[in-house]
Write a protein that binds this ligand. Structure first.
Ligand SMILES: [Zn+2]
Length: 392
């Protein structure tokens, strides 16, 4: 078992003997690390597992917890079962089902309201999903294709759809018997293609109930209660879903199924930064801050040994029964070593956000180019000093 400890303020990585954690007085060992260091376990070949020290509110006892975003330990590792044990701690009821990638999408899931319905007698057995089936599919497609990242440049809807359709993980998602990506269309002509596709699908005599759907994407600003305006045409839909408050432009994702009287069965409207920066945002403040930081990110990427980007976290993380989701992440990645420095931006819950994303957190409303730029200059300078010291 190889361990290292990471200084939480300087990101400096130091050696840590296994005995310094597990030997002697375990509580005292953890108390010495608490809030100053994170612990990394290098049991797995691919990526180290970052852990942090938590203090239980009720008993005051310390314990080591895996960061919820880090990979699992190797099954031979002493810490292997740690995450499982914490999830099963009595009193921490699993009321929310963590986000899971969509692998199958059928007409059953787009039928009115079914994605939200929970059988009341089974409530205890089935924790509610963090999001509807429709939004779950959207988040799966976007995050698989890395369309939740901005490197500061322009990204059109065509770029987004091309990336979604060409992604290998997305190619595994099924709708009925078909691959979902071959049923994805966008733009004006896309609607007709999508309708034709479902019309001619599933005409075999041994049809199951799983009818395939087509998905259509478009950028819209003008929306009503049961319609969207697209290229001066009014397109009707049975159900409209707007899970986030920000105004348009929206990236609309509509489902098209066989024998539907409206143009779309359901439409999901996700706000994006702008028509030329198709990156999801969930609030006006997030949009404002991406627009402010995007040029700075672009400038930083024109030279140097670091790659900068803004990430819009889409997958909520369930941590001790609570949903955690940062507003935005600003990340610098060392091109040679792959080392990352993450700055989380969030409106509230900053302490928990810092634990989950293993980063410092700044209040979203206080963010501007100067604050972010200073943060990275300070940490990158410290890292350079540390590595210079290690070479001596
Ligand atoms: Zn491990």
């Amino acid at each position: 078992m190889k361990l290292t400890k990471i200084n939480r303020s300087s990101s400096e990585e130091l050696a840590l003997e296994g005995a310094d954690v597990l030997g002697g007085d375990y509580q005292a060992n953890l108390a010495a690390l608490y809030q100053r260091f994170n612990v990394k376990c290098h049991c797995s070949h691919e990526q180290a597992v970052t852990m942090h020290i938590r203090k239980m509110q009720s008993s005051g006892l310390f314990f080591l917890a895996d960061n919820p975003t880090s990979p699992l330990h190797h099954n031979n590792c002493e810490f292997y079962s740690a995450r499982k044990n914490i999830e099963l701690t009595p009193g921490v009821e699993q009321k929310i089902r963590p986000f899971e990638l969509t692998t199958q999408f059928s007409d059953k899931l787009v039928m009115g309201g079914q994605t939200r319905k929970i059988n009341s007698s089974n409530k205890k057995m089935h924790p509610r999903n963090v999001m509807s089936g429709l939004e779950g599919l959207f988040v799966t497609l976007i995050s698989n294709a890395f369309c939740d990242y901005s490197f500061g440049g322009f990204v059109s809807i065509k770029d987004v759809i091309t990336r979604i359709k060409n992604n290998k993980s997305n190619a595994k998602i099924k709708t009925g018997e078909a691959d979902l990506v071959s049923n994805i269309y966008f733009g004006q002509k896309g609607i007709d293609y999508a309708k034709t596709k479902v019309k001619h699908a599933c005409t075999k005599p041994n049809d199951t109930n799983e009818q395939p759907i087509s998905l259509w994407f478009g950028l819209v600003t003008d929306v009503g209660d049961d319609y969207i305006m697209f290229s001066n045409k009014r397109l009707s839909c049975l159900g409209m879903y707007q899970p986030h408050k920000a105004s348009g432009p929206y990236l609309a994702m509509g489902t098209i199924i066989k024998d539907c009287k409206t143009d779309f069965k359901q439409i999901l409207l996700i706000p994006v930064v702008s028509k030329s920066i198709v990156l999801p945002v969930y609030s006006e403040l997030q949009r404002e801050k991406v627009l402010a930081l995007q040029k700075w990110v672009y400038g930083r990427n024109r030279s140097g040994k670091y790659r900068f980007y803004i990430q819009k976290p889409l997958k909520p993380i369930v941590d001790e029964g609570k949903i955690v989701l940062a507003d935005l992440l600003v990340v610098s990645k060392n091109k040679a070593t792959g080392d990352k420095i993450v700055l989380a931006l969030a409106g509230r819950n900053t302490a928990r956000i810092s634990l989950v994303y293993d980063s410092e957190t700044i209040k979203l409303k206080h963010v501007n180019v100067e604050v972010v730029s200073q943060y990275f200059s300070r940490l990158l300078t410290e890292k350079r000093k540390n590595s210079a010291l290690m070479r001596e």
